[in-house]
Structures are given as structure tokens and as C-alpha cells.
Design a protein around this ligand. Structure first.
Ligand code: NAG
Ligand code: NAG
Ligand code: NAG
Ligand code: NAG
Ligand code: NAG
Ligand code: NAG
Ligand code: NAG
Length: 485
């Protein structure tokens, strides 16, 4: 749950000496105001769930003599904090100001006077509550966010007490004494409670993971690389944004370069994705062998003109059929090195460096290597985001991918001369067929997983040199339990 609260609050530091991030997020005032709802909910649940200390005392009262009293089981029944302002506290964190807040508390009371013990319940109505708190936000050495109550001022303008039960009709005549004591106690207690709640939150953050497992071989490091930056009307957070293999030493082949987010009108959230982020994923997928595929004839669509057997290939490589008449082939497709992604105003460019090794499947099922081709291709892609109304997904990714350039060259051959032109044409057709199916998939859209019941509103992807920018508003559907607070 943390990052949802934290995102509006966190920011990054773009300055000389700062480390370069793979991902950069920016939240503006509009996003922060949306985050105010969470902030208030958090304050409410903090106050509501906190056991407020019991109050014990003694007082000399007219007619009653020395009165010993106790107020126990104090509970907040209603909390009114609607008149509140949230803003960024420059260079520090987030500033929450509440005016004209109201609280309705219930408690049990007990009295001991000259005339013996008495007891019942009591309603305490607090009004004209004002609160001004600054939540400081930074990062620790491990890149986890750190929060603290940087500033707090709180006060109660008015407090009324009404007793029920026992001889209430009598005590209600003398409530003003108690009201003064309670108001003073609460005025002292409020900021202490805020600080305690913030400390609890800080403890949760200290235990948080700054990486998330994507699948069995990929984990994403999203630790903060710089101290969050808080401006007057926006905050920025720099995340590492690097993929790595769980439990394996990191391989730092690329270095992320520093980047600035372009000015964007008024989306709540801007997410800057660097080439480093994409290439770090590509490198991991390459290293773990996820980009290797073995293809046999059964996997080729029916009706495709070229079949994977030596007879079919005999037209191009006569020697192949002569050496291995009427035998099936296996094709091992793989990457020679990791694909390279780059971001440009016209879209995502991807370079693949592939190899195709063709082997004959011998009758005893072992493979006889026949030849190897090197295949280099350049692709471009355009991507879009679409909102999804059902709660099962944050949104949908759509797009198109096109082949720009394609080049085949011979690596080695155990079967003599290979007619390259024909193979190149055949492979181009194969790639186009592959692209058709990829584009069909991308046209329908890839449903992105739901993250904490947040969905994208008016999401947009804009491409810049070296940067993919996602600009979006967010909508959060809280679970029923939080709504009831
Ligand atoms: C509030 O406190 C109760 C018991 O003291 C506990 O069961 C409940 O989980 C707490 N709720 C939250 C939101 O912390
Ligand atoms: C916090 O907000 C209040 C009200 O908008 C403002 O008066 C105060 O100066 C702010 N404090 C900081 C530290 O930004
Ligand atoms: C953090 O990650 C470790 C290992 O991946 C896991 O055992 C632990 O439960 C995670 N902690 C939290 C708070 O998610
Ligand atoms: C492909 O086949 C080769 C040789 O049979 C084998 O070593 C390799 O593990 C296979 N690769 C995949 C991804 O199945
Ligand atoms: C399979 O047959 C080929 C030739 O027919 C032979 O060279 C090879 O050793 C055999 N492999 C196995 C595992 O029997
Ligand atoms: C891919 O594009 C780059 C320039 O962007 C060019 O240098 C390279 O030759 C191209 N490769 C192929 C296989 O088209
Ligand atoms: C998401 O919404 C569902 C349905 O309202 C709720 O059961 C679930 O707890 C929510 N999850 C989070 C993380 O808010």
C-alpha cells in the first residue's frame, strides 16, 4: 500500500552530483490534492485506532468537596477534517493544514465524592480544531523513503462535555472545570499523537522492499537514487529502475544518464522512462536465455509455404537434401547479443541481433548442425495507453510495431553453398507474419496488472529523444474497509 500514499509525497533531486535514475516520477499540486484524500484517511485511521490515554485527576469542587475523577476508554466517534489544505513544503516534504476541524469523542466516567462513587458515559465535542503539520521526506542509504514529523502545531478552540447516567443532571452543572482541564490535556497531546503516527509509518517504511519480483528470473529495483525533490508546486522522485536476476550479482553494463522531465500541462502523475530501464530489461532477458526459441515444423502455421524439412529446403541448399534426404529440421532462433532499445520522437526503435541455427533431426533424434545465419533487424514501435473501467487492471497498453530494415548473412555452413537471396526473402515473409500476429495482439491491447486498485485516467504516452513519458491522472477505488472510516 505504501507507494500509493508515498508517491504524491515523494520527489527527486535533479542537481549536480545526483545519481542518474532509470525512472523518474513527478506529482503536481493536482496529484497531491488527490493524495490529500489518502493523507486524511491515514490521519483519521491513525487517530481513530489510537487508544487515547485515560485521564485521572482530583479537584476541589463546591458542595462536593474533593472529587476524584477518571475518564477511560476514550474513543473518537466522528472526525471532521474537510476544511484542509495540502501543499508541498519546499525542500522538505508535504504540508497539511486543517482548520475548523471537529471531533466527537465518547468515554466512560467515574467519580468519587463525599457521597460515594458514581459513573456513566460522557460525550466530548471538540470544535475549532486547527492542525498544521509538515511531513518531512527523504531517503536512507538503501534507497528507502524516510519520513518524520518535521513540524507540528495543533490547537482546540472549544471543548464541551456532557455526562450521561448516574447523577449526570447534577454534574452537568459543573462541566466547565473539566472542560478546561481536558482542553489543556488535548492541546498538549495532539502533536504527540501525530508524531507517534508518523513514527509508526516510518517503521513500516524501514521494513519495506525496494524491489519487486516480476517473474521467476526478473526483479525490478525501484529504490530511490536521490533525495526526493520538493518544489513549490511539484515533487519529483528518481527511482533506480533496473532489472536484475533474483539472488545473482548485479551486472552493470549500462549507466543511466540524467534526464529532465519535459513540461507537461496538468496530469497528476508524470512517469519518465529512460532507455536505461528498457535496455536493463533487454539485457536481463538476453542473459537468462529467455530470448532463445527452438522451432520445429509442428509450430509453423498450416498453409505457410515453407516447411521445416530437408526436401523443402533442397531448393535453396541442394546439398542439404542430398546429405539428409527427407528429414525434419529444427531451427534454433536466438539473440547473439541483447536487443537495443532507443527512444525517439517518432517512437521506440529496437535493434535485434539474432542468429538462426538450422539442424537436421536425425532418425535417432540427435541433431546434425547444418548451417547458421546471422539476422539483424531494425524495428520501430508506437505505443498508447487506454484506461480500463473494470477494477481488474490499471489500464491497457496498445501499439503497432513495424519492420524497418532486415539483413541476413551467412555464419557457417556444413552443407555447402546457400542461396542467400531466397532465404532472406523467406525470412522477411516469416518476420512479417510474426509481426502480423504481434500487431493483432497489440491492437487488442495488453491488459496491465492492477496495482492497488488504481486506474489510469486520460493516460498518454509522449516520445522524446531518450525518454518515454507517461502522463496520466489516477483514480483510486479504496477497499470497503477504508471507505467506512
Ligand atoms: C485498529 O485496531 C484494531 C484493534 O485494536 C485492529 O484489529 C485493527 O486491525 C486496527 N485497524 C487498523 C486500520 O490499523
Ligand atoms: C503550510 O501551509 C500553510 C497554509 O497553506 C502555510 O501557511 C504555511 O506557511 C505552510 N508551511 C510550510 C512549511 O510550507
Ligand atoms: C521483502 O522481500 C523478501 C524477499 O524477497 C520477502 O521475504 C519479504 O517478505 C518482503 N517483505 C515485504 C515487506 O514485502
Ligand atoms: C533448443 O535445443 C537445444 C539443442 O537441442 C537445447 O540445447 C536448448 O536447450 C533448446 N533451447 C530451448 C529454449 O528449448
Ligand atoms: C545418431 O545417428 C548418427 C548417424 O546416424 C550417429 O552419428 C550418432 O552418433 C547417433 N547418436 C546417438 C545419440 O545415437
Ligand atoms: C539499424 O539502424 C542503424 C542506425 O539506426 C544502422 O546503423 C544499422 O545499420 C541498422 N541495422 C540494420 C540491420 O538495419
Ligand atoms: C481493491 O478493491 C477490492 C474491492 O473493493 C478490495 O476488496 C481490495 O481490498 C482492494 N485492494 C486494495 C489494495 O485497495
Amino acid at each position: 500500500m505504501f507507494w500509493l500514499f508515498a508517491l504524491p509525497f515523494l520527489a527527486s533531486w535533479v542537481h549536480v552530483g545526483g545519481l542518474s535514475p532509470g525512472l523518474k516520477a513527478q506529482v503536481n499540486q493536482k496529484g497531491l490534492e488527490y493524495g490529500r484524500e489518502f493523507g486524511l484517511r491515514m490521519v483519521k485511521s491513525m487517530l481513530k485506532n489510537d487508544t487515547i490515554p485515560d485521564i485521572h485527576g482530583a479537584h476541589d469542587a463546591p458542595l462536593l468537596g474533593k472529587v476524584q475523577f477518571s475518564v477511560t476508554g476514550i474513543q473518537i466517534n466522528e472526525l471532521q477534517l474537510d476544511d484542509s489544505i495540502i501543499s508541498f513544503a519546499k525542500g522538505l516534504g508535504v504540508n497539511l493544514t486543517v482548520q475548523n476541524g471537529g471531533v466527537l469523542l465518547n468515554a466512560n466516567w467515574k467519580l468519587r465524592t463525599l457521597f460515594g462513587p458514581d459513573g456513566g458515559t460522557v460525550d466530548i465535542t471538540v470544535s475549532a480544531l486547527s492542525l498544521s503539520a509538515v511531513l518531512g521526506i527523504s531517503k536512507d542509504v538503501k534507497g528507502r523513503p524516510v519520513v518524520w514529523a518535521a513540524r507540528c502545531r495543533a490547537g482546540i478552540g472549544d471543548l464541551r462535555v456532557k455526562f450521561h447516567g448516574g447523577n449526570s443532571w447534577f454534574y452537568n452543572r459543573f462541566t466547565s472545570v473539566l472542560e478546561v482541564i481536558l482542553q489543556a490535556k488535548l492541546n498538549k497531546q495532539l502533536c504527540f499523537e501525530i508524531k507517534k503516527g508518523t513514527d509508526d509509518f516510518a517503521r513500516v517504511l524501514r521494513a519495506m522492499n525496494v524491489s519487486v519480483q516480476i517473474n521467476s528470473f526478473a526483479e525490478l529495483d525501484y529504490s530511490l537514487v536521490n533525495k526526493p525533490f520538493f518544489g513549490a508546486n511539484r515533487c519529483q522522485v528518481d527511482f533506480k529502475g533496473e532489472f536484475f536476476s533474483p539472488g545473482q550479482p548485479r551486472i552493470n553494463v549500462f549507466t543511466p544518464s540524467s534526464f529532465l522531465l519535459p513540461k507537461q500541462p496538468d496530469s497528476m502523475l508524470l512517469l519518465g522512462i529512460s532507455e536505461f530501464f528498457a535496455n536493463s530489461a533487454a539485457l536481463l532477458y538476453f542473459r537468462t536465455g529467455a530470448l532463445q526459441r527452438n522451432i520445429t515444423d509442428e509450430m509453423i502455421p498450416k498453409g505457410f509455404p515453407i516447411r521445416l524439412n530437408t526436401e523443402n529446403m533442397g531448393m535453396v541448399i541442394p546439398e542439404l537434401e542430398k546429405k539428409f534426404p527427407d528429414m525434419p529440421l529444427e531451427v534454433q532462433v536466438g539473440a547473439r547479443k541483447q536487443p537495443e532499445f532507443s527512444f525517439h520522437p517518432d517512437g521506440v526503435h529496437m535493434k535485434i541481433f539474432g542468429s538462426v541455427e538450422v539442424s537436421v533431426i536425425l532418425p535417432n533424434a540427435s541433431l546434425a548442425p547444418a548451417f547458421l545465419l546471422n539476422i539483424d533487424g531494425n524495428f520501430t514501435g508506437q505505443f498508447f495507453l487506454e484506461p480500463v473501467s473494470s477494477g481488474i487492471s490499471i489500464g491497457k497498453l496498445l501499439g503497432t510495431v513495424a519492420l524497418k530494415h532486415f539483413q541476413v548473412s551467412q555464419g557457417w555452413s556444413n552443407v555447402g553453398h546457400i542461396e542467400m537471396k531466397f532465404l532472406e526473402n523467406a525470412l522477411t515473409v516469416a518476420v512479417q507474419v510474426g509481426l502480423l500476429s504481434i500487431n493483432k495482439h497489440l491492437k487488442k491491447g495488453i491488459v496491465l496488472p492492477n496495482i492497488h486498485n488504481v486506474s489510469l485516467v486520460n493516460p498518454q504516452i509522449a516520445m522524446y529523444q531518450g525518454l518515454m513519458l507517461v502522463a496520466t491522472d489516477l483514480h483510486y477505488q479504496p477497499p470497503a474497509a477504508v471507505l467506512s472510516l
